[in-house]
Ligand binder design. Structure first.
Ligand code: AMP
Ligand code: MG
Length: 392
């Protein structure tokens, strides 16, 4: 049995980022930038009006002043108009500010009188003018290599005229659930059988971290069919096998992987739940064997599979999202492994929920955060702790 830290270090050492690709910005949501991106335009790109109103020379705009309206500039092609001290140009939001003008008077603050306006307010230079480059300078970094691309970053790329962006590789994954007792949802359950829920869990978790699920298979605890199913699964970048990684006579996964020539880097990690975790490499595929108990599969996915997939996809930050929380109860870990407590984080407080056992799927479904208790660690109620979150 190795420590969680050593297991993560070994596993991540074996994972390489996948080849990068160029995609349209609309396909880039939640992927990771493959290179730094710099602004090629300032934002705003030119001085423009923040209001519907009149472009003026501020120093000539005392309250009660009359100005002649000499033209109109709407948002669109720059008509290259010019404004002199006793003049105004009708302008609209987003319109280029005419030369000579240094302020926009809102239309609500003037009285229109034929070809003239009367100014009803004092005007300061710069008022309602959105200056070129005041938001973003040309050449400024707008996206860092390995950063996640969210909706606002996609909009920023579009505002710079980028139709495409280079992102990290696409991680293709296969799921293989093993167990003679398992029946696919939708079918009839016989005595002794249970519904197979880990494929659904893993599929959802894979989607959450941006991987593409290529196949979902169920296989009996039988050597030959397991070997054949593994051969199909390793056509992908990642194969996640659920169940059959423990020490019983029906736990055949490790032997099947050995038989196929896999390099097993990790077996058994000091983590609760999730001890009988396997990580190995077979051909070009990263193979994860997760314990069959649903909570163990969940916890080992978040601690090991997720960072591996993020690294493949070119992410820089592989850590789980964390938030500080006030603990509601005393907790002690007197087991021989790091313990992940399932709980609910609400209004800044973390409270354990449900049964803290590896089969307790209902309790897991009620939780939204995990608290890691290190070996021998004791925490007191009201302490501030960091918890990992997955549903915010
Ligand atoms: P195993 O890791 O194969 O020894 O399985 C451990 C426990 O998890 C057993 O109670 C199994 O019935 C259960 N289990 C294994 N695979 C699944 C699955 N795909 N869905 C739900 N429960 C499972
Ligand atoms: Mg089993």
């Amino acid at each position: 049995m190795i420590s969680e830290e050593e297991a993560r270090r070994k596993m991540l050492g074996a994972i390489q980022p996948l080849p990068t690709r160029r995609v349209s910005i609309s396909s880039a949501l939640d992927s990771f930038a493959a290179a730094d991106v710099a602004a090629r335009l300032p934002l705003p790109t030119f001085d423009n009006s923040a209001m519907d109103g009149y472009a003026v020379v501020a120093s000539s705009c005392k309250k009660g002043e009359r100005l002649r309206v000499t033209g109109e500039q709407s948002a669109g092609p720059d008509r290259r108009l010019r404004v002199s001290p006793d003049e105004a140009v009708r302008t609209f939001t987003g319109a280029p500010v005419p030369r000579g003008a240094d302020a926009i008077v809102m239309q609500e603050d003037v009285t229109r009188d034929g070809d003239e306006i009367v100014i009803n307010t004092n005007v300061e230079a710069g008022e309602f003018v959105r200056r070129r480059g005041c938001d973003l300078a040309e050449g400024q970094k707008i996206l860092g290599k390995g950063e996640r691309i969210g909706p606002a970053v996609i909009a920023l790329l579009a505002s710079q005229g980028f139709a495409e962006v280079r992102i990290g590789g696409e991680a293709k994954a296969a799921i293989l659930a093993t167990g003679d007792e398992l029946v696919k949802p939708g079918r009839k359950l016989e005595p002794g059988q249970i519904y197979e829920s880990n494929s659904a869990l893993l599929n959802a978790l894979l989607q959450r971290c941006g991987a593409i699920v290529k196949s979902e298979e169920h296989c009996r605890d039988e050597r030959e069919s397991l070997i054949e199913a593994i051969k199909r699964g390793i056509e992908n970048n990642v194969l996640i096998i659920s169940g059959g990684v423990s020490v019983g006579e029906h736990d055949l996964v490790k032997d099947a992987l050995h038989e196929l020539g896999a390099q097993i880097d990790i077996w058994r990690v000091a983590i609760k739940p999730g001890k009988p975790f396997v990580f190995g490499q077979l051909n070009e595929c990263a193979v994860f064997g997760l314990p069959g108990n649903p909570v163990s599969a969940f916890v080992t996915f978040l601690q090991f599979v997720r960072p591996a997939i993020l690294k493949m996809m070119g992410a820089t930050n592989l850590d789980p999202p964390q938030l500080p929380a006030r603990l509601t109860v005393d907790l002690t870990n007197d087991s021989d492994r790091a313990h992940y407590i399932r709980g609910r984080l609400e209004h800044g407080k973390f409270a354990p929920v449900g049964r803290q056992e590896s089969h307790a799927l209902f309790g897991l479904s009620q939780s939204n955060a995990l608290l890691r208790l290190a070996l021998g660690q004791s925490l007191k109620a009201d302490e501030i702790v960091d918890v990992q979150i997955w549903d915010s």
